[in-house]
Design a protein around this ligand. Structure first.
Ligand SMILES: NC(=O)C1=CN([C@@H]2O[C@H](COP(=O)(O)OP(=O)(O)OC[C@H]3O[C@@H](n4cnc5c(N)ncnc54)[C@H](O)[C@@H]3O)[C@@H](O)[C@H]2O)C=CC1
Ligand SMILES: O=C(CO)COP(=O)(O)O
Ligand SMILES: [Zn+2]
Length: 353
């Protein structure tokens, strides 16, 4: 008998466009959410966006509360849960970059209440996904979390955000190529669960973004539009897969290890992009696909070297040789690279000098 079953949980409303920040209240109405909202945000997004959206809620008589978190940790998730329980809120609104949105979605999963995702930067593909990404000691968890009921992505806000946040989002998408290569490898060697639809959607998303790279330029609102659509599509791929596999392979392990070794040195998307150049080399050797990844990153102004990340060469080598230990996720790194091999890939790809 066929007994397999699967839930794919996706947002119901995705609102993208110029000035749609004023539609957050309407989105809440459309989703029939009632009661008191808790805004989950971080310091800069709070000043830039959250307070003005919260004042729309006040004007609509919804009595919002705001909690500001600084980092994507389990302690921050706990702070949000405690605030939500104390203030008797009915749903959450995550406003900010990847960290604030991850915290909101994980708290929402724990509380069993809905949440809305209001990105203030096109910097990551967690805008829509049903995963949270949290460092914890020597490891990094990819946690099952509540996907947003609705997403409101105002392209005016996203285009006004610092340009490097947008290039980081592009690099997070370009890294899908190597994430999917790793996923297919793990399927062949370790029989891991695999979804052809999620893999194809993830690769196609990267392909469309690279094909449109000429249109991704600083200050252009159309760029924010193109990148946001890719981020949404990549997040949907993760939700179809029920894991971050379509968008996170060895290049993400490399970035997660850099976060431990050189905290806050560079943006998540930029780190995974550089990691992707090197893991593409490992997948294809001299045969050139890594050059396509590097050129795609360069074409949208994303870093392609350790120096451009602001990270020294030795730290890159340390991350490469140890990042396979971050989590139990089989990738092209297998059971780890030795230092000589790591130096060779980093040098041959021009990541280190
Ligand atoms: N759950 C998932 O599926 C995914 C999760 N992530 C996670 O997301 C995080 C990376 O996201 P990021 O957005 O790069 O990090 P982030 O949330 O730390 O934001 C980066 C910086 O941009 C600032 N910022 C945001 N909006 C701004 C605006 N409009 N104007 C000026 N500054 C603004 C923030 O204050 C912060 O300093 C990582 O923790 C990563 O693991 C990334 C991809 C997928
Ligand atoms: O960043 C992600 C996808 O872009 C997902 O993060 P994880 O590697 O923690 O699953
Ligand atoms: Zn990522």
């Amino acid at each position: 008998m066929f007994e397999k079953s699967k839930w794919i949980r996706l947002p119901r409303n995705v609102v993208v466009g110029h000035g749609v920040r004023s539609a957050v209240v309407d989105t809440v109405d459309d989703l029939h959410l009632q009661g008191r909202p808790l805004f989950v945000t971080s310091p800069t997004p709070r000043n830039v966006v959250t307070d003005s959206v919260a004042s729309d809620f006040e004007a609509a008589g919804m009595d919002p509360v705001t909690v500001t978190v600084e980092s994507a940790t389990f302690d921050s998730v706990e702070t949000v849960i405690e605030t939500a329980e104390r203030e008797d809120v009915s749903y959450l609104v995550g406003v900010g970059g990847g960290k604030a949105i991850d915290i909101a979605k994980m708290a929402s999963e724990h509380l069993g209440i809905g949440f809305l995702s209001v990105p203030t930067a096109a910097s990551h593909d967690g805008i829509v996904s049903n995963r949270g990404s949290v460092p914890d000691g020597n490891t990094r968890h990819s946690v099952a979390a509540e996907p947003p009921l609705g997403v409101v992505a105002d392209t005016e806000i996203l285009a006004d955000a610092p340009w490097e946040l947008t290039t980081a989002g592009c690099a997070d998408i370009i890294s899908n190529y190597t994430a999917v290569m790793d996923w297919r490898l793990a399927r062949r060697l370790k029989d891991v669960e695999y979804s052809e639809y999620a893999a194809a959607l993830s690769e196609m998303t990267a392909e469309i973004l690279v094909d449109n790279a000429d249109l991704v330029r600083p200050g252009l609102e159309e760029s924010a539009w193109i990148v946001t659509k890719a981020l949404v599509s990549s997040g949907v791929a993760m939700s179809i897969a029920g894991s971050s596999r379509p968008a996170s392979g060895a290049e993400h392990l490399f970035s997660h290890q850099l976060d431990r070794l050189a905290p806050d040195a560079a943006l998540h998307g930029h780190q995974v992009g550089v990691g992707s150049i090197m893991t593409a080399y490992l997948h294809g050797g001299e045969r050139g696909f890594w050059r396509d990844i590097r050129d795609a990153l360069s074409s949208i102004d994303a870093p392609t070297t350790a120096a451009e990340l602001g990270i020294d060469d030795d730290t890159v080598i340390e991350a490469l040789t140890s990042c396979h230990e971050i989590r139990d996720r089989y990738t092209i790194l297998g059971d780890g690279m030795n230092e000589h091999a790591a130096r060779e890939v980093a040098t041959k790809t021009g990541v280190i000098g």
